[in-house]
Write a protein of this length. Structure first.
Length: 443
């Protein structure tokens, strides 16, 4: 959801980011020609949400944003995909002036850490869509996420005490209760048994949901289970405890799965606030995990170095934390595609974990006492090999691509499918599915 406020080995960021002298990290294999883009839009009524009037301010004409993640298994129909919506239309009090025409300190009346939920009853859901040859797509099914009793879950904030959180408000500025069952659904994969695995940006956490959307299990960082007391489904503390140090709203936004369904892959959207937010603000080192699906155990942990802002044309002066990771797509072996982006530009990188150091073997990098932390180091000085990256697509070269692309999959013939998160139409954007040909993704 909107962050309103927000092959050569990669080179280290660390202190170089702060110095503003970080070179671009990845070798490019982008073809000079042959890449084509076709946009697909939809007028399906299910994508219309409703209008919300902010007294003394603007009226928002809201849509349903279904593009926070995308998935198609290799054996699925060639033009049918599963996508997921996040927590619904929301924005911080600090952005209220731009979005609703009412200054945040007026609307939020001095409430610290306020986040406005325009439609607080919105229910995050899974969507099955079909992309048609005529330049449109249609929604075939919508599956609401539910607790174990079948009650729809909200996208409100969890009552977190270990990880950072915010105070939800409604469209009148009234405080809302935090909800231990609520989810901020992002990346998605579907198994051959019909169940889903979904990344959660807020916790951070991973959800295992039944084919009908009932959440079977939520996997959270060790030591945070008490924050979900009262959730209407099972909680398991299987993720590393250190992940609770994720920066606000920068948790797990991506999800991929191996073809044999033995391993899940997730990557933190940004470097952790480890040891603190000052480290997060300038860091480029984030963490990618390979997880045994059946046990939830970490089978591998890898260092992924994000691109410096100097690699994003026209955005060079923005903060390093502007860059984030929104999607993963499995290829073969331990090769994947990573979607790295800002609010304006999307870059796709092919990576191969087999050529990187497995951090899990050392153990110390998941210890909060380790100083300097993984987020602060120069990998080369520590003898670490980050995940090698090869740039295969840059939206700066294809202005027809929308901004804020968050979902990625492949058509049956290997073409690339991209879908944007339209932020529920808060700023007037709408969901578009893009069919991109000629990108050298590999197998």
């Amino acid at each position: 959801m909107r962050g309103w406020s927000t092959c050569l080995p990669v080179l280290a960021l660390g202190a170089l980011v702060a110095a503003g002298s970080v070179p671009a990290n990845a070798q490019s294999s982008i073809p000079s020609s042959g890449v084509t883009v076709k946009a697909h839009t939809s007028n399906d009524q299910i994508l219309n949400l409703r209008q919300v009037v902010f007294e003394g301010g603007k009226t928002l004409d809201l849509s349903v944003g279904i593009g926070s993640g995308a998935f198609r298994a290799k054996g699925d129909p060639a033009d049918i995909f599963y996508t997921v919506s996040d927590r619904g239309p929301n924005f911080t009090c600090g952005d209220a002036g731009d979005i609703i025409g009412i200054k945040g300190d007026t609307f939020c009346a001095g409430i610290k850490g306020g986040r406005i939920y325009a439609v607080p009853e919105y229910n995050p859901s899974i969507y099955r869509i079909q992309v048609l040859d005529n330049g449109t797509f249609r929604v075939l099914d919508a599956i609401s996420l539910k607790d174990s009793k079948g009650n729809p879950v909200s996208g409100l904030l969890n009552p977190l005490t270990v990880a950072s959180t915010e105070q939800p408000l409604d469209a009148t500025g009234r405080k809302l209760h935090q909800d231990p069952s609520a989810v901020d659904a992002e990346g998605i994969v579907r198994l051959s048994d019909g169940t889903f695995w979904i990344g959660d940006e807020n916790g951070p956490s991973m959800l295992h949901a039944a084919a009908d959307g009932r959440i079977l299990t939520r996997h959270v960082p060790a030591g945070t289970g008490q924050d979900y007391a009262g959730a209407g489904y099972e909680i398991k503390e299987t993720l590393p405890a250190l992940l609770a140090k994720r920066a606000l709203n920068r948790g797990i936004e991506s999800m991929a799965i191996s073809d044999d369904e033995k391993f899940l892959y997730v990557i933190m959207q940004n470097p952790l606030a480890n040891p603190d937010n000052d480290a997060y603000a300038v860091a480029g080192n984030t963490r990618l995990f390979k997880i045994e699906r059946e046990t939830g155990k970490v089978a591998g942990e890898y260092l992924y170095v994000m691109e410096p802002m100097t690699a994003y044309k026209g955005e060079e002066k923005k903060k390093q934390s502007t860059v984030r990771i929104s999607e993963l797509m499995y290829l073969a072996g331990d090769a994947l595609i990573v979607l790295e982006r800002t609010e304006q530009t999307t870059k796709l990188f092919r990576i191969d974990l087999s050529a990187a150091t497995d951090l899990a073997a050392a153990g110390k990098w998941d210890d909060a006492a380790t100083s300097p932390s993984l987020e602060q180091i120069d990998p080369a000085k520590e003898g670490l090999r980050p995940v090698p990256k090869t740039l295969v697509l840059d939206s700066a070269d294809h202005k027809e691509l929308p901004v804020k692309i968050e979902g990625m999959a492949r058509f049956g013939n290997g073409d690339l499918m991209l879908i944007n998160d339209d932020d529920f139409g808060i700023d007037g954007k709408r969901t578009a599915v893009m069919r991109v040909t000629g990108v050298p993704l590999g197998q």
